[in-house]
Design a protein around this ligand. Structure first.
Ligand code: GTQ
Length: 345
């Protein structure tokens, strides 16, 4: 049933020249490239970034390039299947490590792609999203949904570093990516929604008081996430992984990218099923080893690595303390397109 298809070289040169002149090309030599048999053939390769290698480079960027000259002072983490400089870590997910120094601000803008930050280190940083000041604490997940104004600031006295994740590659591919700039936003003088409207799981403001915000909760504090994971680990068997959701709708927190928090018990190995989504894993704490499509990554706190679509992934906690990771994935996009899939390994 799997026929060998004709090649371009088999065709007479005059015919190939005439096709090129007419602006057409035969499908059959390219058929398997765009429609491989049985499963996708990803260009993405498992990739890994050691934070202790990135950190000095990022701090040096702070000396070399003032934030005014950068707008966002970020080192882009490129998929090794595409090569350094590629503006993506997987097919649809861009990641970069961003530095903000004490007293600096990164100007307000909004753009069509959605963004999220995972706070890596430093105290005193904040993001303002649509006028709401979101403090950045280690491990917090902070959302900047597409179209929302955001600027970054810093009230502390040490460098602040966070991991950016955006659906930028998708918007570039769609020729839909652009940004609009504006002056720094006025900040509402109150705590963010995680501490007011959504201070307790299972409770939301009554219907009468509910706001019409599409993304009502844009910061997910790490201390609560870790407490929830530890409780799940203590009273359930098997892999501990929890989804970040929009507390009003129960759906994923952003249109195309999703997030989970994972805990690995000391000595535990988890072997998830194969999935059609791609993933970025960021280590919040602990140490371990992950084998992704046969490539071994030894990781510790603040490191980051990826798994392409349908990758075979084993995670092992090699330490004596629980290990915590946040996984960024593109299942929401694939579900909207109707093709998200899981397969036994
Ligand atoms: O902080 O708004 O890594 O607009 C890339 C694009 C960060 C940001 C990035 C951005 C931002």
């Amino acid at each position: 049933m799997s026929q060998q298809l004709g090649t371009l070289e088999e065709l007479p040169q005059d015919y190939r020249d005439a096709m090129a002149a007419a602006g057409v090309a035969p499908l059959w030599p390219m058929m398997r490239k765009v429609l491989p048999h049985g499963r996708p053939a990803p260009q993405t390769k498992p990739s890994y970034w050691n934070f202790s290698a990135l950190r000095p480079l990022l701090l040096r960027a702070g000396e070399l390039t003032p934030v005014e000259k950068a707008e966002r002072r970020v080192l882009v983490m490129s998929d090794q299947g595409r090569g350094t400089g590629a503006m993506q870590a997987t097919s649809s997910i861009y990641i970069g490590m961003q530095l903000l120094l004490p007293g600096e601000t990164a100007p307000a803008h909004r753009h069509t792609p959605s963004a999220a930050r995972i706070i890596v280190e430093g105290k005193g940083g904040y993001t303002v999203v649509d006028g709401e000041k979101l403090p950045m604490h280690r491990g917090d997940l902070v959302l900047t949904p597409g179209g929302d104004w955001h600027d970054h600031g810093h009230d502390g006295d040490e460098p602040v570093i966070w991991l950016d994740a955006l659906d930028l590659p998708l918007f570039v591919y769609l020729e839909g990516s652009y940004a609009v700039e504006a002056p720094l936003q006025a900040q509402r003088n109150r705590p963010d929604a995680a501490l007011v409207e959504y201070a307790a799981a299972g409770l939301v403001p009554s219907r009468r008081a509910r706001t019409a915000r599409r993304y009502p909760m844009t910061r997910f504090p790490w201390d609560r996430t870790e407490a929830a994971l530890r409780q799940m680990a203590a009273y359930t068997d098997g892999a501990v992984e929890m989804d970040y959701i929009n507390p009003e709708t129960g759906s994923d927190v952003l249109p195309t990218i999703g997030f989970t928090a994972m805990m690995l018990r000391p000595g535990e190995t988890v072997r998830p099923v194969l999935t059609s989504d791609s993933s970025v894993f960021h280590v919040i704490g602990g140490q371990g080893t992950s084998v992704v499509d046969g490539v071994t990554f030894d990781w510790a706190a603040k490191d980051t690595f990826t798994a392409p679509v349908f990758a075979t992934v084993d995670h092992t906690n090699t330490g004596t303390e629980p290990a915590f990771l946040i996984r960024v994935h593109d299942r929401p996009l694939q579900e909207k397109l109707g093709y998200y899939e899981e397969r036994a390994r």
